[in-house]
Design a binder for this molecule. Structure first.
Ligand SMILES: Nc1ncnc2c1ncn2[C@@H]1O[C@H](COP(=O)(O)OP(=O)(O)O)[C@@H](O)[C@H]1O
Ligand SMILES: N[C@@H](CCOP(=O)(O)O)C(=O)O
Length: 344
């Protein structure tokens, strides 16, 4: 399947951002015969229906309804390193066994949770009820903060580790791929990014409390039923890093408008929800502004590289790097955690 994209390096073409997910993100077609053979290894009943899911960027996802229930089938596409899959699958198994509302991988009769389908690594996970919120409020942020701290606690005795391949050391090489064209996306972006990189590489905090983090807990990866958080999905950026960095990712993802306006009340609720479960240590509180600035730069850079490198026939419209350029304007002037709504 293919879809045409607007010219990507023309900022005016996206002055009024359109919905970000307008293309079907199913990269691998799965035939009935291939699916039947794949499912014959599992004890999940017989197939009632099967449908590709448009949302999502990285992988091909399908809803599966069987006589025993609902599931998600994921075919892992090229951007996910195959060697990382045991970490992701093992982590979801671990967290769901600890009671966290996240997808639970389903093992086949041989006890394996990772198989092969249509030439791709593939897994079936439990279906989570709920919907993601497009315009979160204070209550959602408080719930999110709680769930994030619960995730950090539940991951404490997980036996595997995975380096954060998108942490500070990766940002300069990422920027090198985009530097020459950065100013065509936003005037002055290259110079601003050079200055941010220089500062962050010097000031990036080390030795903060850490463990397993989600690292991509944006609104599309969190489900709610009514006002209650019902599940966390998409663990495919999860890694071992500072807990407070995960909080910084969430502050960026949940507490800003696309135009850069900051919602202090939502940030305060997010931090308070987190601290109701796991109080931050003084070093984490002190590091919050720099962590938020780094998290914003990380998403600006990955978006920028994608924006400038849309492959022919791409199925998914790239996300706008300028949203994070605008957030960086806020982070550059933040002095301490009080600017993010944390009570002193
Ligand atoms: N366990 C799940 N339960 C319910 N829906 C899911 C589940 N996993 C994925 N989905 C659906 O599939 C979509 C894409 O999943 P996601 O993991 O975000 O894909 P990608 O890694 O490709 O971005 C989600 O927005 C959601 O609608
Ligand atoms: N959250 C990232 C992009 C990753 O997309 P996801 O669908 O895998 O969460 C961003 O906003 O840049």
């Amino acid at each position: 399947m293919s879809a045409s994209l607007p010219p990507i390096a023309d900022p005016d073409s996206q002055k009024n951002p359109e919905p970000e997910r307008e293309h079907v993100a199913v990269y691998t077609e799965v035939s009935d015969a291939a699916l039947s053979e794949f499912l014959s290894a599992y004890d999940i009943g017989s197939l009632l229906s099967f449908k590709g899911i448009a949302e999502g960027v990285e992988n091909s996802n399908f809803f599966l309804h069987t006589t025993q229930g609902s599931y998600i089938l994921t075919l892992y596409e090229k951007r996910v390193r195959e060697g990382d899959l045991p970490f992701f699958i093992g982590l979801m198994e671990h967290l769901s066994a600890r009671g966290l509302a996240c997808p639970q991988p389903v093992r086949d009769r041989a006890g394996t949770a990772l198989g092969q389908l249509c030439g791709r690594p593939a897994a079936i996970v439990s279906f989570l009820e709920g919907v993601s919120v497009k315009t979160p409020g204070v209550g959602h942020c408080r719930e999110l903060g709680r769930a994030l701290a619960e995730l950090h606690a539940a991951g404490a005795d997980f036996g595997m580790a995975r380096e954060n391949s998108l942490s500070v050391e990766s940002w300069r090489p990422l920027f090198a791929q985009a530097e020459a064209q950065a100013d065509s996306v936003a005037p002055g972006l290259a110079e601003r990014t050079r200055a941010d990189l220089a500062l962050l590489e010097t000031a990036w905090p080390q030795n903060l409390p850490g463990g397993v983090i989600h690292a991509d807990l944006f609104t599309d990866n969190v489900f709610f039923i009514g006002d209650s958080l019902s599940g966390l999905i998409d663990f495919y950026f999860a890694c071992t890093d500072a807990f407070a960095y995960d909080l910084a990712v969430c502050l960026n993802a949940w507490c800003f408008e696309a135009d850069g306006r900051f919602h202090r009340d939502m940030a305060a609720a997010l931090i308070a929800g987190y601290e109701a479960v796991r109080p931050l240590e003084p070093a984490e509180v002190a590091a919050l502004p720099i962590l938020c600035r780094g998290a914003a730069l990380r998403f600006m850079l990955t978006r920028l590289v994608d924006w400038l490198n849309v492959p022919p026939g791409a199925l998914v419209k790239p996300k706008d790097p300028r949203e994070f350029d605008r957030r960086l304007t806020f982070h550059r002037q933040a002095r301490d955690a009080r600017d993010y709504g944390r009570q002193a």
